[in-house]
Design a protein around this ligand. Structure first.
Ligand SMILES: Cc1cc2nc3c(=O)[nH]c(=O)nc-3n(C[C@H](O)[C@H](O)[C@H](O)COP(=O)(O)OP(=O)(O)OC[C@H]3O[C@@H](n4cnc5c(N)ncnc54)[C@H](O)[C@@H]3O)c2cc1C
Length: 395
């Protein structure tokens, strides 16, 4: 019976941040893993300009990266801790202030370049025996009784006992697994840039909700801030077309000059925004993780953090089954992962969507009510503590 099992325990389609972390976590648990990625992550070097896309990593994520042996190499490269967060509403002026030091934490998280995390994970794969296949585009797959058979773009076939699908929000493989998604297109784009400002960021993550969408200023290690500015598509196109001076002026106005005038900027990039929640995370021998399972608005800085929580859960569930000598591909084992992460991920995704809607409504009466609500939450220590703990992945 064993002789007929596929040589590979797990194939992972998609080697973005979440797929690569998953490959590392499963290989460290003793599974035979292949990671198939269409495009190798670009190299990261300290002398090169920073990646315009940054991630606010929650402590739950840095803990996982530490367990995977890569956090040390990230932390000493180029990261910025953020010790405080200020969120305020342009319409009502109400503000939420998170100061973890007062609650006994050192910081809320770390701002890290996307490329740095992806590359450090990628570089760590070989040492734990992950079969890194790149460039490898998974075209399709077929589920058999005891395996999944993958067909690659170059015609090569590959068999594994399980397939983990991590090909991102626009996943085609999720569709092939017969899993539908719910959600909506925000018809917004996140415009990103790194900017210098008159005042120091004070290792604080600033976010102002305006009538057009939220603008966040996240602290970078060199004293600049990363702007993540969510705007309706037509407005985003206008902002992207501004010259540097006009962009600096517009960003200063949108952030209410909280860090003074914006004095310099990098070129801009932008990303489309959508909410997408998969209706289930397992189908036969296929499991979904990361943005394939749940893509969320960046206003709460949670997308990658949710994906890394999927990884921790999946490695825990499959690893425990294997260590107990049970079949890690058994339907009840796969369902345990799928149930836990489907409900937690969906709750977060719809919760973030509710925040987006709450700030999108601009009637004066609603804005006044929102202001009262925000001031009340700000005054309620235990509730604020709970919100903050949840974002950090500890509640
Ligand atoms: C502007 C912005 C700001 C954000 N800020 C934050 C933040 O502060 N904190 C946070 O936690 N999250 C944040 N996010 C979300 C975060 O970037 C994503 O959740 C995360 O990058 C998703 O990673 P992933 O590995 O699941 O998917 P992806 O990064 O999309 O990776 C998918 C991979 O699959 C590969 N692939 C696709 N199809 C195939 C195939 N058929 N075969 C092989 N390979 C394939 C692709 O090449 C890609 O490498 C932000 C997102 C945006 C847009």
């Amino acid at each position: 019976m064993n002789a007929r099992r596929p040589a590979l325990d797990i194939a992972i389609a998609g080697g973005g941040m979440v797929g690569a972390a998953c490959a590392l976590a499963l290989a460290r648990r003793g599974f035979a893993v292949a990671l198939l990625e269409a495009r190798e992550p670009p190299p990261w070097h300290v002398d090169e300009p920073e990646d315009l896309r940054v991630i606010a990593l929650a402590p739950s994520s840095t803990r996982l990266l530490d367990e995977l042996g890569v956090w040390g190499g990230i932390k000493t490269a180029r990261v910025s801790p953020y010790a405080r967060m200020r969120v305020w509403d342009a319409a009502s002026g109400a503000e939420l202030a998170f100061d973890p030091a007062r609650e006994g934490y050192a910081q809320l998280g770390w701002i890290v370049e996307n490329k740095l995390i992806a590359r450090r994970l990628w570089d760590a794969l070989e040492a734990v025996g992950v079969r890194r296949m790149c460039p490898a585009h998974v075209e399709s797959f077929a589920q058999r009784d005891d395996r999944v058979v993958l067909e690659l773009g170059d015609g090569e076939m590959l068999s594994a006992a399980l397939l983990v699908i991590a090909d991102g929000a626009g996943s085609r493989l999720r569709e092939q697994a017969g899993i539908a998604v719910r959600g909506r297109d925000y018809q917004q784009r996140a415009v990103v840039a790194h900017v210098a400002s008159e005042r120091a960021h004070g290792h604080t993550a600033w976010q102002r909700f305006t009538h057009e969408g939220p603008i966040a200023l996240l602290p970078l290690a060199d004293g600049r801030s990363s702007i993540v500015w969510s705007l309706p598509e037509s407005r985003a196109r206008e902002v992207l077309a501004l010259d540097d001076a006009a962009f600096c002026e517009a960003a200063g106005v949108a952030s209410d000059f909280r860090l003074g005038r914006v004095t310099a900027t990098t070129p801009r990039a932008s990303f489309p925004l959508r909410l997408q929640v998969a209706e289930r995370l397992a189908s036969g021998r296929c499991l979904l993780i990361g943005d394939t399972a749940h893509a969320v608005h960046p206003l709460a800085g949670q997308g990658a953090n949710l994906g890394l929580r999927d990884v921790a859960e999946l490695a825990g569930v499959l690893g425990a089954a294997r260590e107990a000598g049970r079949d890690f591909t058994a339907a009840h084992v796969l369902q345990r992962y799928a149930r836990r992460r489907r409900s937690a991920g969906a709750l977060d995704a719809w919760g973030i969507d509710a925040i987006e809607r709450m700030f999108a409504w601009q009637s004066p009466a609603w804005a006044a009510l929102r202001g009262v609500g925000m001031r009340a939450v700000n005054a309620m220590g235990p509730l604020k503590h709970r919100l903050s703990s949840h974002a950090q992945g500890s509640a």
